[in-house]
Every structure is written in C-alpha cells, then in structure tokens.
Design a binder for this molecule. Structure first.
Ligand SMILES: CO[C@H](O)c1c[n+]2c([nH]1)[C@H](O)[C@@H](O)[C@H](O)[C@H]2CO
Length: 448
C-alpha cells in the first residue's frame, strides 16, 4: 500500500447537468428543449423515460447543496438550461429562469462551494432546432446573446465558465450516430454542427473578454484513448484515426485554429467538408483559461478495412467492463492527459467528468455498497496523482455524477451517481463511493 497525496489547492468537485437532474420541465416559463422533444418521441429513450421530473433538483437543490457540503467539495459543476433563460431561444429573457439559478448559486456560495457553470449541456431550445439548430449559423449569435445575459447576471458570483459540454456528442453522437437528440444520421450535418458549435464557443469567449467578466472561461471536450494493438504502421494509423475523431478534431481547432489535415482528407474521401468561413478558425482558437476534459474509457484498436468510419476495430484484451460496457482503462486517463500537455502546452486542465455506471442495489439502511464504483475512482485517482507528479497541469477533478440522474438514451436504468436517487420518492442516499470520496477530500489523499 502506498500513500498518495494531492496538492492542498487541488479542486475536488462533482458534476451534473440541467436536463438530467432538474425536472420541472414546464415550470416558471421554461421553454421546450430538443431533449424534451426527443425523450417524448416513443422509442428514442429506454423505457420511454424522460426528464419531466428527473431528480426534481429544480425544487430540491437545497438538498443537493447540503450533500455537496457534507461531501466536502469546494466546487460544483452544473449547467444552465438555455430554455429557462430564453424559452424561445432568443427574444424575451425569462426572469424566473434567472431567479432559479440565482437561488442555486447563492446557496452554493453560502455553503463555501464555487459554482462551475456549463452554458451548453445539450438542451438546445426546440424553437432554434425548428430553424435548423446548430446547422444554422444564426444559432451562433443566439448562443452568444444567451451567454451575455448569463455572464452579466452572475458576474462576480460564477467565476468558472465552461462554454460547451462535449461538442463531439453534440455533433457526431447526435447528428451522425443519431443516438442523442435531435437524432440525425448525416456526416456532413455532424461536421457542420461541430464547426458551428466551436465558432459559437470562440464568439462566447470573445464576448466574455469584451465584457470584462470576472473569473475564467474554458470549454470541455470528451477525450478517449485508443492504443494501437500492435506497432504495425496500419494499426498505429488506425488507432490514431480513432483518437483524432474523438480528440484532435476538437482540440486542434480549440488550441491551434486548424483541423487535422489527415482527418479533413479522410472526411473528404467520405464526401464531407468543413464549412469554414473567413475568420472562423481564429475565432475558435481564442485563448482559454483552462481546458475541461471528460474521460471515462478507452481501449485498443487495430486496422480492419471497412470497420466503422476509420477502418479501426476495437480489440478486446480483457478489460473489466462497467454497466455501460465501457472498459475500465484508468491508464488511458494518464495517456490522454499527458498527450494534451505535450501537444497543447501548459493550459490548466480540469477533469470535468469521470465516473462509472454499475448496477446499484439498495441495501439495508438505504446503503449502497458500490465497491466496483469505488474501485473505479481509486484507479483513476491514482492516475490523477501520477499526472500531477509528472508535471501535467491538472488542477482539479469533478466526479460524474453527484446524483443518479437521467442518463440520456439509457433513461434511468443506468446509474452514475455517488448518491443513489430513489425515483419513486426522490430521496437521495449517499453510496459507499460518496463516503470514499469524502474521506479522500478530508485527508487530501488515500492509501492506494
Ligand atoms: C463517452 O462518455 C462521454 O464522454 C460522456 C459520458 N457522460 C457524458 N459524456 C455527459 O457529459 C454526461 O451528461 C453523461 O451523463 C455522462 C455519462 O454517460
């Protein structure tokens, strides 16, 4: 057993998102989002679950803040629902929407917890989708107007801002693979969406700077790690294409203002091109104060002609799997964040999501002995410590998620929380993994 200790100023937090926890989907003037439309469309979400009630955090946010305070975190990442601020996406501001988030932010600050706010965690106002959504460049301006209202409303109270959560999911998962809202399956559309979201990110950063808003701004990309199964040139190239699809396609524009040319050529061979207008790439590459990285898993890949979009097949080498059938590949976290540091320099890094889904069983006394989840956290905390020790500017970690919540197309059957949500009573019960993390925070580390 070896003791691992984190820097005294290492930030510990947990993360959630508006559509996944709030509920109150028609309350106080909230407009419909694409996720209301999608989840209300039969067959799109397991069991036809939806976020109409979710964890009812809209009414129970004080319980959530109390759980955060007891956990000992110094930060809490959550998202603001655009449709609560602009029910029609643009036009009149809904003051009651702002009022809800004022109550949440004030409760957090009162508890000594810093709010870390994501502006866009997938709940696009349906009214904008009806006009083309992120395929329509007008949505960029609408996003910047929304951001400006929220920046001004919370200037000085919210000091860590994330523009987008996972543009890869907003674009490829939602518009090429089609698993998430709005559920399209068109490669060119997905590339358009990715580009316009990144331009919107850059324009929001420019607005943040122009307004002189206090605090820091960044964005969050979901990164994964695909290790070549062999050292053959074919396997190395195939694994790189897999990584580039998830990682470089977003990180290169964000940090260098360019798309990786070999991927541009690859997409061109599939008949798709990026709709770049003059000035777009400079806008996207606005300097950011930190980069958020969501990491869950990775694996090994090898060349196989015709396999997927990149002639790269996954090789099963015996990883333990979570209930999402994702590999438990903690070393992948070390590899991908080491790559970020090597490729993109000393911009501070926050792990803005990391966690695992397992089949949780409610035991006596409303306890949940989620040993597999605790073990997942231990393995990834060890890699976080390894990263800090190796000089990677890793400044903090947000566990996904505080609560079991609406897990998108999986509905409520997949639980990621360190707190168990009883969806009948909406009561919250801390799991063993909650107490493990509480102990790590309290003691600044743990016996690995
Ligand atoms: C491949 O995993 C992605 O990076 C990812 C995983 N997750 C996410 N992104 C989203 O940001 C969350 O809203 C999900 O609830 C969470 C768990 O699925």
């Amino acid at each position: 057993m070896a003791r691992i200790d984190f820097p005294k100023d290492f930030v510990w937090g947990t993360a959630t998102a508006s559509y996944q926890i709030e509920g109150a989907y028609q309350e106080d003037g909230r407009g419909l989002s694409i996720w209301d439309t999608f989840s209300h469309t039969p067959g799109k979400v397991f069991n036809n679950d939806n976020g109409d009630i979710a964890c009812d955090s809209y009414h129970r946010y004080e319980e959530d803040v109390a759980l955060l305070k007891k956990l000992g975190v110094t930060a809490y990442r959550f998202s603001i629902a655009w449709p609560r601020i602009f029910p029609q996406g643009t036009g009149e501001v809904n003051e009651k929407g702002l009022e809800y988030y004022r109550k949440v932010v004030d409760a957090l600050l009162e508890a000594g917890i810093e709010p870390c706010v994501t502006l866009y965690h997938w709940d696009l106002p349906q009214a904008l989708q009806d006009k083309g959504g992120w395929d329509n460049r007008d949505t960029i301006d609408a996003f910047v107007k929304y951001a400006e209202v929220v920046f001004k409303a919370f200037d000085g109270k919210i000091k860590q801002w994330i523009t987008f959560n996972e543009t890869w999911c907003v674009s490829f998962l939602s518009n090429y693979i089609g698993l998430h809202a709005p559920g399209n399956t068109d490669l060119q559309l997905a590339i358009n969406v990715a580009h316009h979201c990144m331009v919107a990110h850059g324009e929001a950063v420019k607005k943040f700077r122009a307004l002189g808003i206090r605090g820091e701004i960044g964005t969050t990309h979901n990164l994964s790690w695909c290790e070549p199964y062999s050292k053959s040139a074919e396997d190395v190239a195939a694994a790189h294409r897999n990584r580039a699809f998830n990682n470089e396609w977003f990180m290169e524009p964000t940090f260098k203002g360019t798309y990786p040319q070999f991927m541009v050529d690859w997409f061109a061979s599939k008949g798709a091109k990026v709709p770049v207008l003059p000035g777009d790439m400079e806008t996207i590459a606005q300097k950011i104060d930190f980069i958020g990285v969501n990491y869950y898993s990775g694996g090994f890949g090898r060349y196989k002609k015709g396999d997927g979009l990149f002639d790269c097949e996954e090789v099963q080498i015996g990883f333990d799997k979570t209930y999402m059938d994702w590999n438990v590949y903690a070393e992948g976290l070390y590899k991908v964040l080491s790559w970020v540091h090597e490729e993109y320099g000393d911009t501070p890094i926050y792990i803005t999501e990391n966690g695992a889904c397992y089949e949780d069983v409610l035991a006596e006394g409303n306890r949940v002995h989620d040993t597999l989840r605790t073990d997942y956290y231990k393995k990834h905390f060890i890699q976080c410590h390894r990263l800090v020790e190796s000089g990677v500017p890793l400044k903090g970690y947000f566990a996904w998620s505080l609560l079991d919540n609406f897990e998108w197309a999986e509905g409520y059957r997949k639980r990621f929380g360190i707190v168990y949500t009883n969806y009948e009573t909406l009561e919250r019960y801390p799991k063993d993994s909650y107490y493990f993390i509480q102990d790590v925070i309290k003691n600044g580390g743990f016996e690995a």
